[in-house]
Design a protein around this ligand. Structure first.
Ligand SMILES: Cc1ncc(C[n+]2csc(CCOP(=O)(O)OP(=O)(O)O)c2C)c(N)n1
Ligand code: SF4
Length: 272
């Protein structure tokens, strides 16, 4: 059986996550992926913003930085820029990445800097009690939308692709082994790689939307997420209410820190 404990700060337990929260499953998938790739703890850094998902670095025994709400990507960009040899992983929630941090999200993708972003999408602001986030589906309830959300949600993966990220995958914590595979590919990608992780929040989202049982939320993921290959063969009618998962974008393009190093070298040899 896989031993997670060498990667964990046991002294910081118990963790804050509610029973049935999916965030721990996502963390386990990340740890397995890092272990499989032989990432050394000294050469790896985990950076997060603020939120339930963003508490993850507190539990992981590598170099970690728990920053301010929405700002994980600028901090991570600074770390990677200063030392491009480090493996830098960003943990962020849907609110953290696409509301207050939305600008940083699109510009990190545009810049295509070599970071791996795990975006935990639970469709809500979990930590602060269930306010609408930019991914809350239309019609679903939140503390700020007691009669149902009127606004259409962002497609966060589509947004990253449109903004220029070189690798984008969408996975879910029900299909944890597949998720691990996407994370592994993302960690190896040279460029901005994003894995959107669909993860249940029974407390702030499920309870308010009459699906408080963690099992029911996991069953919802099981029944709703469809692998991209199967999705492409489905009719419009069959696709209704389904979510496309898998690797959605994997392209080669110039990466920021390499381009920066090349420019420095050019200025040294040719003069600024
Ligand atoms: C500048 C600032 N604004 C607002 C907050 C309050 N706040 C903390 S976490 C959070 C939302 C978290 O939602 P999300 O990023 O989706 O993460 P989750 O808790 O669902 O994992 C908010 C609004 C804050 N800490 N700092
Ligand atoms: S409030 Fe939601 S996201 Fe936060 S720990 Fe509880 S279940 Fe997880």
């Amino acid at each position: 059986m896989f031993d997670y404990f060498p990667y964990l700060r046991e002294w910081n337990f118990p963790h804050i996550w509610c029973a049935g929260c999916g965030d721990g499953i996502a963390l386990k998938a990340l740890i397995r992926a890092m272990d499989a790739l032989g990432f050394s703890r000294d050469d790896s850094v985990m950076v997060s913003g603020i939120g339930c998902s963003s508490r993850t670095p507190g539990y992981v025994d590598i170099n970690t930085l728990h920053t301010t709400h929405g700002r994980a990507l600028p901090f991570a960009t600074g770390i990677k820029h200063a030392n491009p040899d480090l493996n830098v992983v960003v943990i962020t929630g849907d609110g953290d990445a696409t509301a207050i941090g939305g600008n940083h999200y699109i510009h990190a993708a545009r810049r295509n800097i070599n970071l791996t972003v795990l975006l935990y999408n639970n469709y809500i602001y979990g930590m602060t009690g269930g306010q609408c986030s930019p991914t809350t589906p239309r019609g679903y309830k939140a503390s700020t939308a007691p009669y149902g959300n009127l606004e259409p949600p962002f497609n966060t993966s589509g947004l990253a692709i449109a903004a220029g990220a070189s690798f984008v995958a969408r996975g879910d914590v029900y299909n944890a082994r597949k998720l691990e595979g996407y994370i592994k590919k993302a960690l190896q990608k040279k460029g901005l790689s994003i894995v959107e992780i669909l993860t249940p929040c029974p407390t702030a989202f499920g309870r308010r939307n009459r699906i408080p049982s963690p099992v029911k939320l996991m069953e919802w993921l099981r029944d709703t997420c469809v692998d991209v290959k199967k999705y492409e063969q489905m009719t419009e009618e069959e696709r209704r209410g389904k979510i496309r998962t898998g690797i959605l974008c994997d392209i080669e393009k110039p990466e920021f820190t390499s381009e920066y190093a090349r420019l420095i070298e050019q200025c040294r040899t040719e003069g600024a």
